[in-house]
Design a protein around this ligand. Structure first.
Ligand code: FES
Length: 160
C-alpha cells in the first residue's frame, strides 16, 4: 500500500486511540488525520484507514460519504461551504448560492479550473443566529449578504 501515515502521525494516532474504548471507535478522528495529511480521502486512503482502524472498507466509504466535512476529492484552496438549512435559507442563502453559481461559475461539488475555489452545500453549521453562514476552510463568515460575500471573495483573490 503506497499510502500510509508518517511515523509522527502514527504516534499521534496511537495517542488518540487511548481516548477511545476500542480501535474501531477511532474511525472519525483517523479520517480527520488522514484528510489533514493527504488533503482528501481517496479510495486508496479509505483502504489504508480501514486496515489501520480494523473496519471493513464499505464502512469507511459510508462514513466519508455521509459527512460533508470529509472530502472525497481535492478541494480548492478556499473551500466554500454554504449552509442551506432553514435559518440560512430564509436569511438569503439562495442569493449567495446564485452568486457562487453565476459569478464564480461553480455548481455544488465543483472546483474552479484554477483550483482556487471549491463549492459545497452543507446542512446547518450550528450558527443559525448569524444566518446566512458560509464556512471557508476553517473560518465562519456570518450575517452575509451578496455584497459582503463578494468583498470576501475579492479579498481572497487578491491574496494570490
Ligand atoms: S441553518 Fe445555517 S447555520 Fe443553522
Amino acid at each position: 500500500m503506497s499510502v500510509q501515515f508518517k511515523e509522527e502521525v502514527l504516534k499521534e494516532y496511537e495517542k488518540i486511540k487511548t481516548y477511545y474504548p476500542n480501535t474501531q471507535a477511532t474511525l472519525l478522528p483517523a479520517l480527520w488525520l488522514a484528510q489533514r495529511e493527504f488533503g482528501y480521502i481517496s479510495e486508496e486512503v479509505m483502504e489504508y484507514i480501514a486496515e489501520l482502524v480494523g473496519v471493513p472498507f464499505p464502512k469507511v466509504y459510508e462514513v466519508v460519504e455521509f459527512y460533508t466535512m470529509y472530502h472525497k476529492k481535492k478541494p480548492g484552496k478556499y473551500h466554500l461551504q454554504l449552509c442551506q438549512t432553514l435559518s440560512c435559507f430564509l436569511a438569503g442563502a439562495e442569493e449567495l448560492r446564485t452568486y457562487i453559481e453565476e459569478k464564480l461559475n461553480l455548481k455544488p461539488g465543483e472546483t474552479s479550473p484554477d483550483g482556487l475555489f471549491s463549492f459545497q452545500l452543507v446542512e446547518c453549521l450550528g450558527s443559525c443566529h448569524t444566518a446566512p453562514v458560509v464556512q471557508i476552510n476553517d473560518d465562519y463568515y456570518e450575517n452575509l449578504d451578496v455584497q459582503k460575500f463578494d468583498q470576501i471573495i475579492q479579498e481572497l483573490r487578491s491574496k494570490q
